[in-house]
Write a protein that binds this ligand. Sequence first.
Ligand SMILES: N[C@@H](CCC(=O)N[C@@H](CS)C(=O)NCC(=O)O)C(=O)O
Length: 124
Amino acid sequence: MTNSTFKPVVYFKENCPFCLKVRLFLLEAGMTEAVEIRDFVPGSKQEEDIRGELSPHLVKVSFPAAQLEPGRYIAESDDIIAFLAVKSGHEPASLPVFGNYVEGPFKTMMNLWKENQQLKAATI
Ligand SMILES: N[C@@H](CCC(=O)N[C@@H](CS)C(=O)NCC(=O)O)C(=O)O
């Protein structure tokens, strides 16, 4: 398969907020057909297979992950979105649903997570 016919592959963990960010970008940019989506439910056989595929290529397996080009794997939601944005010609910040999620619930969740970490550290 040549690079021109290769569809980037994205790997999503069910209910992962970082994966939802990439999913929203794909949907709103009209790119769901431009990628192959492989998702899994934690604890499933699919998870085992996907982790087995990714682990030789990534220093640390996390989700979302993507194979952008044959053999070129990454695992960082913002880097995956940046790559897909160039391909789609859509500026992520110009997409209202994506932008609302990132600046709203996603940001709130990240802040709550950080606050929780600090509280835990302070109580040890
Ligand atoms: N900074 C990363 C964070 C991703 C992340 O922490 N994902 C969680 C799932 S929500 C994960 O992969 N946890 C480890 C695992 O499932 O092996 C990103 O934006 O992609």
